[in-house]
Design a protein around this ligand. Structure first.
Ligand SMILES: [Cu+2]
Length: 119
């Protein structure tokens, strides 16, 4: 049987495509969280266990922070002009608290939220 160039190219593409898909690192799900005195929006973030995420924190007023000891996420600080990105992959389902990690005024202590990881 004579294999034409077109068939050969099609075969190569068919073989290369799955390898490319398997080899590519998974794109993280991108989430935006906006902070302002004294809340995060959204304050409840739902994630899936095993799914990589990249959360961008942005402020609408003063300097704020983010930390989640329960999730093992280190403190980051961000401003209006300088957002902060936090990348991670939650592995255990559960509800994890996070809070503002930089004193931002009288309501700072109430500036909290939760990350809910579903199976
Ligand atoms: Cu604060």
């Amino acid at each position: 049987m004579r294999v034409t160039r077109a068939v050969r190219s099609a075969l190569l593409v068919a073989l290369a495509l799955p390898a490319f898909l398997l080899g590519a690192p998974p794109e993280p799900r991108k989430i935006e969280v906006v902070a302002k005195k004294y809340s995060f929006e959204p304050s409840r973030i739902e994630l899936k266990a095993g799914e990589p995420v990249e959360i961008t924190f942005r402020s609408e007023d003063t300097k704020h922070g983010f930390v989640s000891k329960e999730l093992g996420l280190e403190k980051v600080v961000f401003t209006k002009d300088q957002p902060a990105k936090v990348s991670f992959t939650p592995d255990k389902p559960g509800t994890y608290a996070f809070k503002c990690a930089r004193f931002c005024g009288m309501g700072h202590g109430k500036m909290k939220g939760e990350i809910v990881v579903t199976p």
